[in-house]
Each structure stands twice: as structure tokens, then as C-alpha cells.
Design a protein around this ligand. Structure first.
Ligand code: NDP
Length: 448
């Protein structure tokens, strides 16, 4: 672990004391703090006004009961969360995650990251995150719908297009957003399109929102390559996960001339030297809601490896797009040995602190999720813009906006890293640029 700037040590200790047992939240806070030494030195007003301490305390944390009835008629019980972290720049904005691992510490880490990510986009959105420990795996459509309806029956009172605007995340895609929006509309008697993003194209959604996070990841990587006088053409790429982010990252890599040779789910990974067959992958994951093992069964030449580490597959570029802390120091060392030169995070905090250190020592360029995967929330903000003006843009126009946003986030990271004396450090650049944007807004708004 790097040493913290001395004035930040008591602040970090306070975060750990006030949020006991929330390891992922502590990890996310520490990672930002490790970048802030040059900022604290240059801008004493942030310490004078306790900006950093205030940033670590969510504005509001909501925890609620979610009872629902399964297909057998039994009452099931889950816990719902919404952490409204910071609204200095706009309404709280961030996704909902349905996964059995969800607890307050996961929602807080995601909400904290979201503040800086949203600030980096330059769009008027604050940071928040939510979800539930509900496990959608193996649940029928009717069960998913009843769960979403019960979840929204409590959450709706906290939402609004100017207040808090959720979207999807792990376990929450277009189907779930539909059920959540339907229940919000029913309870409030308002067709308030701007209250949720990730909506279907025929009822208020935006072109490219589905593809945005994955496409944005690859636009960012493409810009990293350009910066080094290189291009994606002919590169071997490994993508972990096979959900929303992974699928559209694979699609854009293929469009730009690279080849994705492996992807995964929580049971194992597939290696397909001919390049992942996207039509088959989409059919299995999106239509049939199947598993990666089905892909290997149906695709000649592909192998499924149960368990094991996808990072053992040699590649030029690795894109972790599944979940937090999925790439550890061993995986990072394997990537470096296999010739990998770029790791860019499609997921939120997928790389452990030890793995980041290992990558750096091996000379692998590393870019953090809060910059690399910001295309999803940026396109959500574009969806809000279209909803507010009752307009809908074409796919080409929306994708062009996304591409511009990603290339400008990339440049902002590097410019900020240069300005603060850490050239080429994407982590510091993203953390400092995001922090200063939100900190200045907090200064302007007074002690709130
Ligand atoms: P999905 O639910 O669509 O897909 C998640 C994928 O990750 C699945 O392949 C899943 O496999 C795998 N996965 C999930 N949990 C684990 C685990 N504990 N161990 C191993 N694999 C796991 O989610 P998204 O693609 O939307 O999200 C992926 C990541 O990207 C998350 O970190 C999310 O926060 C981040 N992100 C998403 C954005 C979006 O717009 N959707 C925006 C920005 C960031 P299995 O099916 O076996 O569980």
C-alpha cells in the first residue's frame, strides 16, 4: 500500500471507524486518497472547508425491506439500498445492482466511485448507487417482475428526475428497468421519463445506452493506443465477464479490428482462438439467458475452462468487465508474462491494489474504471437530455457524442496527471480531475 499524505491519515481512519466492516468502501476511498497528496498541497482551502471529510460521508443512506412472493406462493425477503452520496453537481445518478453479494459496503464503494466518474464526464450529475442482495439467477420472469415492483414500491418516494435517477448495473438490464419504471409510473401517476435511464427505445430510452459502457471502454483504449502511436488493429484482447459491459466491449473491439479470444462468467472462461462469435454469445446470454459453458458446447474450436483464471490467456490488452477485485496480483503477473501491455477497467474496481502495483512494476499501462467505464453514465445523461427536450437522437449521432466524451475524458486524465507532476498516471489523473470538479462545486455551495 502507498503511504498517505499525513493530513489524510486521520480522515481515512475516521472513514474506517465510522463504516466498520465495509472493506470495499475503505478500498475505494484509500485509492482516491493515494492520489490526492499534490492536490492537498496546492489547494489548502479544501482542507480548511473539510471538503474531503464531507465527500466521504453520504448525503443520505436508505435501507429498506423488500418482501415478494415466489412462484410457489412463498414469501421471500430481501434488503434494498440506495446511497445518495453527493449532489453538488446534479441529481444523484448511478445504477442499481441485484446480486447476492450486495450489502451496504458494496453500495457505498460504488456510490463513492460514481461521484468522481460522473464529475469526469463534465455532465450535470451527482453520484449515487443502489441495489439489493436479491439473486436473479434461476428466477422466473414473474418472480423478477414482482421483486422489481416491491423494490420500487419503497424506492419511488426517494426518486425524481431532479432528485435521484437510477439505471442498471449487475443483474439489472432493460427488462428490470422496464418493470421498475412501470411500477414508478403506476404509483406516482406520472410518465416521468427522466426518472430512470436504460429504458427501452420505444418508451423513452436512448440509442446506444445498451452499448455505451462497453463501446466507451474501447474508445478509451483506442485513445490510449493512439497516444502511444499504436492502434487496435490486429490486437489480441481478453475480456472478463459476459454481461452488458463485456458483450459490447467485445463488439467494439471487433469493429475496430482487434480480436477477443476469451471471455467468462462466474463459473469459468471460454477460449476461442478464432475470435468470440458475438451473434452466438448474444443469443446465449441475452436471449436464452444461458452460460458460457453453452457457448463452448455450440461453437466448434472453443474450449470452456471451469474455474481457473482467464488472465492466464496471453493477450496484448486485458479488459476486466465482470466485478470488483476479480484481477489479483497473481492474475496481473500472469498478464504481464503473457505480453499484455494495457489493462483498462470496464468493471468498477476489478483490479486489487496489489495487482495495480504488479502491473505498474511490469510496465503495463493501467487505466481505472471511473474513467474507462464512464461512457455508460455519460450516455445516461444524454438519455436525460433527450427526455427533457422530448427528443430522440439517431444511433450515429449518439455514438459520436459518446466517442467525443470518452476521448475528452482520456485527455483530461493525462492533462491533469501532467499538471500535478505524475505524467502518464491515469489513476491519479482521473481521481484528481474528478475530485477538483466536485470539490469546487461543494466550495461554491457552502456548508451543506
Ligand atoms: P451484468 O450483470 O450484465 O454482467 C456481469 C458479468 O460479470 C456476468 O458475466 C457475471 O457472470 C459476471 N460476474 C458478476 N459477479 C461475478 C463474480 N462475483 N465473480 C465472477 N463473475 C461475476 O453486469 P454489467 O455488465 O452491467 O456490469 C459489469 C461491471 O461493470 C460491474 O462492475 C458494473 O458495476 C460495471 N459497470 C456497469 C455499467 C453498465 O452500464 N452496465 C456502467 C459502468 C460500470 P455470472 O452471470 O456468472 O454471474
Amino acid at each position: 500500500m502507498s503511504v498517505l499524505e499525513p493530513s489524510l491519515v486521520p480522515v481515512f481512519e475516521e472513514v474506517v471507524r465510522r463504516n466498520p466492516g465495509e472493506a470495499e468502501f475503505h478500498q475505494a476511498v484509500r485509492e482516491v486518497f493515494e492520489s490526492l497528496a499534490p492536490v492537498v498541497a496546492k489547494h489548502p482551502q479544501y482542507a480548511d472547508e473539510e471538503i474531503i471529510r464531507r465527500l466521504c460521508e453520504p448525503e443520505r443512506q436508505i435501507i429498506f425491506r423488500v418482501p415478494w412472493t415466489d412462484d410457489a406462493g412463498h414469501v421471500q425477503l430481501n434488503r434494498g439500498f440506495r446511497v445518495e452520496f453527493n449532489s453538488a453537481l446534479g441529481p444523484y445518478k448511478g445504477g442499481l445492482r441485484f446480486h447476492p453479494s450486495v450489502y451496504l459496503g458494496i453500495v457505498k464503494f460504488l456510490g463513492f466511485e460514481q461521484i468522481f466518474k460522473n464529475a469526469l464526464t463534465g455532465m450535470p450529475i451527482g453520484g449515487g448507487k443502489g441495489g439489493s442482495d436479491f439473486d436473479p439467477k434461476g428466477r422466473s420472469n414473474g418472480e423478477i417482475m414482482r421483486f422489481c415492483q416491491s423494490f420500487m414500491t419503497e424506492l419511488y418516494r426517494h426518486l425524481g428526475e431532479h432528485t435521484d435517477v437510477p439505471a442498471g448495473d449487475i443483474g439489472v438490464g432493460g427488462r428490470e428497468i422496464g418493470y421498475l419504471f412501470g411500477q414508478y409510473k403506476r404509483i406516482t401517476n406520472r410518465y416521468e421519463s427522466g426518472v430512470l435511464t436504460g429504458k427501452g427505445l420505444t418508451w423513452g430510452g436512448s440509442q446506444v445506452r445498451t452499448e455505451a459502457t462497453g463501446y466507451g471502454v474501447v474508445f478509451f483504449v483506442d485513445e490510449m493506443l493512439r497516444d502511444a502511436g499504436d492502434a487496435l488493429e490486429g490486437k489480441r484482447v481478453v475480456v472478463s465477464g459476459s454481461g452488458n459491459v463485456a458483450i459490447y466491449a467485445i463488439e467494439k473491439v471487433h469493429q475496430l479490428g482487434g480480436v477477443v479470444v476469451a471471455c467468462s462468467d462466474s463459473a469459468g472462461y471460454v477460449v476461442d482462438e478464432a475470435g468470440i462469435d458475438l451473434d452466438l454469445l448474444k443469443d446465449i446470454k441475452n436471449t436464452r439467458r444461458g452460460r458460457m459453458s453453452d457457448y463452448a458446447d455450440e461453437r466448434p474450436g472453443a474450449r470452456f475452462l471451469e474455474g481457473g483464471s482467464i488472465w492466464d490467456v496471453p493477450c496484448d490488452i486485458a479488459l476486466p468487465c465482470a466485478t470488483q477485485n476479480e484481477l489479483d496480483a497473481g492474475g496481473a503477473a500472469a498478464l504481464a508474462r503473457g505480453g499484455c501491455t494495457i489493462v483498462a477497467e470496464g468493471a468498477n474496481m476489478p483490479t486489487t491494489p496489489d495487482a495495480i502495483r504488479t502491473l505498474r512494476e511490469a510496465g503495463v499501462r493501467f487505466a481505472p474504471g471511473k474513467a474507462v467505464n464512464a461512457g455508460g453514465v455519460a450516455t445516461s445523461a444524454l438519455e436525460m437530455q433527450q427526455n427533457a427536450s422530448r427528443d430522440s437522437w439517431t444511433f450515429a449521432h449518439t455514438e459520436e457524442r459518446l466517442e467525443q466524451i470518452m476521448r475528452s475524458i482520456h485527455d483530461r486524465c493525462l492533462e491533469t496527471a501532467d499538471e500535478y507532476g505524475v505524467p502518464g498516471d491515469y489513476v491519479a489523473g482521473a481521481n484528481i480531475a474528478g475530485f477538483i470538479h466536485v470539490a469546487d462545486a461543494m466550495l461554491a455551495l457552502g456548508h451543506i
